[in-house]
Design a protein. Structure first.
Length: 136
């Protein structure tokens, strides 16, 4: 019996009409056609403050980072479609990864949402390098 992989797909930008959002939509459809169970989310649904260890010490890991951590743990892998900002990943994506990496407990049990996760990356840009500098 074949195992159906569960893949979480999101874009590193939430801008209306962003190339990365379009790439994530195409990836979602293609993964589903290949037989995966796909969940497509927008990072706009999980707003987070700027990563700050003082804030974390004072208030703990934000609830939205914990929700994302649980969602990531419920999937076998991730596909991230990201734009390139100044030759690097966009601040929204970096901030999200930083916060989710701080999730250490869920319901009293130790967790590491990103540990051992299979991740596929695709990039998009209207520039000459098509976003490749942000994912290499």
């Amino acid at each position: 019996m074949a195992v159906i992989p569960k893949i979480l797909v999101f874009a590193g930008s939430v801008r209306s009409g962003a190339y990365s959002g379009r790439a994530a939509d195409v990836a979602q459809k293609e993964l589903a056609m290949q037989g995966a169970e796909v969940t497509r989310i927008s990072l706009a649904e999980y707003p987070l403050p700027i990563m700050d260890e003082d804030l974390e010490k004072e208030k703990g890991v934000p609830e939205n980072a914990q929700k994302l951590g649980r969602l990531i743990m419920a999937h076998d892998g991730l596909l991230i479609a990201t734009p390139e900002y100044n030759g690097s990943i966009p601040p929204l994506l970096k901030n999200t990864i930083d916060w989710v990496s701080r999730v250490r407990r869920d319901g009293g049990r130790p967790v590491r949402p990103l540990a051992g996760k299979v991740v596929g990356l695709c990039s998009s840009s209207n520039g000459h390098f098509a976003g490749i500098r942000c994912i290499n």
